[in-house]
Design a protein. Structure first.
Length: 135
């Protein structure tokens, strides 16, 4: 069962479209707005949606302080904290077509407030959140 639906064995190959797993700190070297929206040319509506999510996850000022703000290209994971990278990946997951967001051991890098905000956002965007904690 996933999201109150029985998944048949022959449908498992389609789960890639339904589930997005946040399991590493890798970011794609492209402007953040493009990474977060998965679009090469994001619209004003995309920008507005991303800004709303950045604000809710208390990332707005951090991103604004980058050299090119939301258009900055993150060339390596040391430009941002691990916590911020995970939260950016969660924004990307929330904006994706996937219905289920799965966070593994990286969840330990998040603060309680982050988890509360993520849970609220998943509810707002009709996403299921699965947290796998290895402790």
């Amino acid at each position: 069962y996933i999201a109150n639906q029985t998944i048949q064995i022959n449908q498992l190959e389609h789960l890639d479209d339904e589930v997005i797993a946040i399991e590493n700190l890798q970011l794609i070297a492209e402007p953040l707005i493009c990474y977060l929206t998965s679009f090469t040319n994001p619209t004003l509506q995309d920008h507005s949606q991303v800004e709303k999510l950045l604000e809710k996850l208390s990332l707005h000022q951090i991103i604004k302080n980058l050299d090119n703000g939301i258009d900055s290209v993150i060339m390596n994971k040391y430009q941002l904290s691990n916590r911020v990278i995970i939260l950016l990946k969660i924004i990307r997951a929330i904006l994706s077509k996937s219905q289920i967001i799965c966070i593994g051991g990286l969840v330990n890098l998040l603060e309680n407030k982050d988890l509360e905000n993520i849970t609220w956002l998943c509810s707002e965007y009709n996403k299921y959140l699965v947290i796998v904690n290895y402790k």
